[in-house]
Design a protein around this ligand. Structure first.
Ligand SMILES: C[S@@+](CC[C@H](N)C(=O)[O-])C[C@H]1O[C@@H](n2cnc3c(N)ncnc32)[C@H](O)[C@@H]1O
Length: 382
């Protein structure tokens, strides 16, 4: 993590800011420096290994491979935390080593909770296919080359294009960024000159994200407990992650706290509308026609609840665009079985989107059943 974000962070257990830092290894202008305490670390130094800690040293958080693990005790993944903290203990000054050991002892005594278990299942699922360095490099390669027009076109047209207009020097964060494939391809911070922080519950996906956008910061954090000061960010982005949460609308109030007065929140999610099939029928359709892999907590958000939550928090909907009729879902599933690379062609995907848009506004509307399956919403605080 770059030292420049230190004063923006808060302790996820207490919510208190003013975290301290100690670096065991950092990168300074591509050179490695070892064992530096806070005042000797420059704002553009990128800390590879070290710790963050509260003034009283009661809460210590590990930085590993440039990524701070800023989870509260209940969300910590104890085996992972132990595996990265243990080698650090031998390299820290004695008082900090003791403090880290005490945090570890406390976490191992009390890291159980229903939400924590849910989050750990997500970590496990999303960590699994990037567990090794080779897997992470393979994923990085696919991020750089795969043209996911199915996702990129709607996200560009109705989300990032809106943010691009006025983003120079602003602070934008993403919840559930995973490997940050969308931002790295269509809204790269280096190209658009804004400050980006990606957060996700899966540590190993974040390792890929850090390789994809090395000049930015990534924090292992839950979308339900974002360890950043309130009223700080100009905008928040979420691509297909809210539907992985036990209570998606809880994330809205958490994101809202972190956004400035005129903040923007933009999201792309699969949805239930009141007009659609029952949850059971939808689950069956998804099982039959699913076109990509998802964790067990893959659900859909409820459109009415989402709009109500945004209204309650005083957000004005800037755009709300429906995507994916059931026809398209079936078409894509069939095409994926016949000729997988079809979706890499931007022209074909644009045509599919265009035709589907006509369907969504005619047959689908009349049928009262067949869609939309997904929605893009961009909203701004009033
Ligand atoms: C379907 S993936 C989407 C990833 C990414 N946004 C994209 O478009 O490729 C869902 C992501 O949500 C993350 N996630 C699940 N629960 C989370 C939580 N409580 N807080 C933050 N991220 C979470 C997963 O680790 C995963 O990376």
């Amino acid at each position: 993590m770059y030292k420049r974000i230190l004063d923006k962070l808060i302790c996820p257990n207490t919510g208190v800011g003013d975290l301290k830092i100690y670096s065991v290894e950092l990168s300074r202008q591509n050179k490695s420096e070892r064992n530096l305490s806070g005042e000797n670390i420059g704002s553009e130094d990128d800390i590879k290994a070290g710790i963050l800690f509260t003034s009283d040293k009661k809460n210590v958080y590990v930085i590993h491979e440039y990524i701070p693990v800023l989870l509260n005790d209940a969300d910590q993944d104890l085996p992972h935390l132990t595996s990265i903290a243990t080698p650090l203990i031998n390299q820290l000054p004695n008082d900090l080593a003791d403090a880290l050991q005490q945090t570890l002892n406390r976490v191992s005594a009390q890291h159980k909770s229903a939400d924590g278990d849910w989050n750990r299942e997500e970590m496990k699922y999303y960590d699994a296919d990037v567990d090794t360095e080779t897997q992470r490099h393979d994923m990085l390669k696919s991020i750089k080359t795969d043209n996911l027009w199915r996702l990129f076109i709607p996200r560009k047209q109705n989300m990032t294009k809106f943010l691009e207009k006025n983003c120079k020097g602003k602070w934008i964060f993403e919840i559930g960024c995973g490997n940050a494939r969308t931002v790295s391809r269509i809204f790269n911070p280096a190209e658009y000159n804004y400050n980006y922080i990606g957060t996700d519950i899966s540590f190993k996906r974040l390792m890929v994200a850090k390789m994809a956008i090395p000049g930015s910061d990534f924090i292992q954090a839950s979308a339900l407990n974002i360890p950043v000061k309130n009223n700080f960010f100009d905008a928040a982005i979420s691509f297909g992650m809210l539907h992985h949460l036990p209570r998606p609308t809880d994330a809205f109030s958490e994101v809202d706290k972190k956004l400035k007065q005129d903040g923007i929140f933009t999201l792309h999610e699969p949805v239930y509308t009141t007009r659609q099939f029952s949850e059971k029928q939808t689950a069956m359709v998804r099982k039959l026609f699913r076109t990509y892999e998802h964790s067990d907590h893959d659900n859909k958000i409820n459109l009415k609840e989402t709009i109500d939550a945004l209204n309650k928090l005083n957000y004005k909907i800037v755009t709300i665009v429906p995507y994916n009729s059931l026809f398209r879902v079936v078409y894509e599933a069939v095409m994926n079985r016949i000729y997988k690379p079809w979706h890499k062609n931007k022209g074909i995907m644009k045509t599919v989107l265009f035709l589907d848009n006509i369907l969504l506004n005619t047959v689908v509307k009349l049928s009262n059943k067949l869609g939309p399956q997904a929605i893009v919403i961009t909203s701004a605080k009033k």
